[in-house]
Design a protein. Structure first.
Length: 507
């Protein structure tokens, strides 16, 4: 059930029980509007007649159900006789509303001092609404404002926000109507991105759309990969790899700048079967090449640049425990400016050459050096999330490439209700999240000045996978403009929490 708040314009009366309820209030689930937005002395209690009163019943939990488009009104019999619920009529916003259900609280018949819950099959709009209740010549009138709720659940809702190491798209194994940890296919300077999320077939699709790769010797897709996606496994002894045909977009010699980012999981004992440098991502021997150099003591990740005359290398040692687990590796180069290689955030640098040699029509290899003159230098293990940029990433951007499998955040767009929501009654509900043992913390941010910045931020709300309703605390001012900030954390690079829906409502 979707619960949305209503705010009474004429009267707000403090009410503790059915027997002490008063005139003129429609309420939400826990008597939200027990305190007036008007001054104390401006309250009115003018029942139109003596037979019935529209009352506030916090125990009965009146709601406006947005899903079913029903309104529940509570009417108290204050006359001397018994009334028939079937005789009651409600005119809502000038239209006779269909009474879907009536229930005498405390049991029939509807005697004096008993309250009748009247459920109306009638939608209401945001803003001011009016309900006229009448029976046997008696009637009572209520004016109220429906503030509504704020819901984030569609691909448009999530994509409209700001992502930091999170995504809302339908690329690979991901769903567009969710938010989760992951890599953005729209990053600046990204010329190719192979998520390697295929489970079958013989094509490694480029998420940027221009440079699909062809399987060679049947690498095995569908392996457990990064942040809830799949990866490819490559058998070194079978020379398995992906061949990406040459294109100008993969040729980095024009501006002499390039960055490569990917994740690798090496087979245990890989160094015993590999005699030469082992390619990860390579544009032939005579261009740029991210590769591994085996060693019995300290194997290295190496980023090689050929300037047309000689090779230049930046190297960094692999972590001691690298076998059998995912390691992030990257290389970057900008002529005469930057030359480095990283493994799990540890960086090695070297003096940058002045250019990258043009490679003519050499293809790009994922998991192998496809240069015809090279020996078998294919990969031994798994590769995932291969990303190629035509620029040198900054230190912060390289850090983001590594930390994407650890944490990230998403800030939604600002949403505005048709009326102020009560700060002391905000809540999150209808939350749909798959945590997979990981964590999502939600914050509600309020823009009271309308300048697009958060003036108030709620206390953290730790989401669960249950159908829980979460009280939102820490917001002090009633307001009509809110957004959500979601913080994602995972203790395993292969998992990510996923959020598909959150609704901001009132009690």
């Amino acid at each position: 059930m979707v619960r949305a708040s209503v705010a009474q314009l004429i009267l707000f009366i403090a009410a503790l029980s059915v027997s002490t309820l008063f005139v003129g209030v429609i309420v939400t689930e826990t008597g939200l509007y027990a305190q007036s937005v008007e001054e104390e002395g401006e309250r009115e209690t003018a029942a139109i007649d003596a037979e019935i009163e529209i009352i506030n019943d916090p125990e009965a939990k009146a709601v406006y159900n947005e899903t079913d488009e029903t309104v529940t009104v509570y009417v108290k019999n204050v006359g001397g006789g018994t009334l028939r619920p079937d005789d009651l009529e409600v005119v809502l916003n000038g239209e006779l509303a269909t009474v879907a259900e009536t229930d005498v609280i405390g049991g029939e018949p509807w005697r004096r001092n008993l309250v009748l819950a009247v459920t109306l099959d009638h939608p209401i709009e945001g803003g001011k609404n009016r309900a006229l209740v009448r029976i046997d010549g008696s009637r009572d009138l209520l004016s109220f404002r429906y503030a509504g709720s704020l819901d984030w659940s569609t691909d448009g809702d999530w994509s409209a926000g700001t992502h930091e190491r999170t995504v809302s798209d339908g690329i690979g194994d991901r769903d567009a109507d969710t938010v989760r940890l992951g890599y953005d296919a729209g990053d600046s300077g990204l010329v190719a991105y192979w998520p390697l999320d295929e489970d079958s077939g013989d094509t490694a699709f480029d998420a940027t759309g221009a440079n699909d790769g062809r399987h060679v010797n049947d690498p095995t897709p569908g392996q457990t990969g990064l942040v809830g996606t799949t990866a490819y496994d490559f058998d070194h002894t079978q020379n398995q790899h992906v061949n990406v045909s040459h294109s100008d977009s993969l040729e980095m010699s024009t501006d002499d700048r390039v960055s490569v980012s990917t994740w690798i999981k090496l087979d245990e004992g890989w160094g015993d079967t590999v005699d030469d440098a082992m390619a990860i991502v390579q544009k032939s021997d005579a261009s740029y090449n991210l590769q591994l150099v085996p060693s019995s003591t300290s194997p290295e990740v190496q980023f090689a640049i050929h300037d047309g005359t000689e090779y230049h290398f930046a190297t960094v040692t692999l972590p001691d425990d690298h076998e059998g687990r995912w390691v992030h590796v990257s290389g970057r180069f900008e002529a005469d400016t930057e030359f480095s290689v990283s493994a799990d955030g540890q960086t090695g640098t070297a003096d940058p050459p002045s250019n990258v040699r043009a490679t003519d029509d050499h293809p790009l290899g994922i998991g192998d050096n496809i240069d015809d003159s090279a020996s078998n230098r294919s990969f031994a293990g798994d590769i995932d999330e291969v990303r190629l940029f035509d620029r040198a990433l900054t230190d912060d951007e390289l850090s983001d490439e590594y930390l994407t499998a650890t944490n990230g955040s998403h800030i939604t767009d600002w949403r505005t209700t048709t009326g102020d929501m009560r700060a002391d009654s905000l809540q999150l509900e209808n939350v749909s999240a798959t945590l997979d043992g990981e964590n999502v913390t939600a914050y509600v941010e309020s823009d009271t000045t309308g300048d697009g910045t958060a003036d108030e931020v709620s206390d953290p709300v730790a989401l669960t996978e249950s159908s829980e309703v979460y009280a939102v605390e820490g917001i002090t001012a009633d307001n009509d403009r809110f957004r959500l900030r979601l913080e994602f954390e995972t203790g395993s690079v292969t998992r990510t929490p996923v959020v598909s829906r959150i609704e901001l409502t009132q009690e």
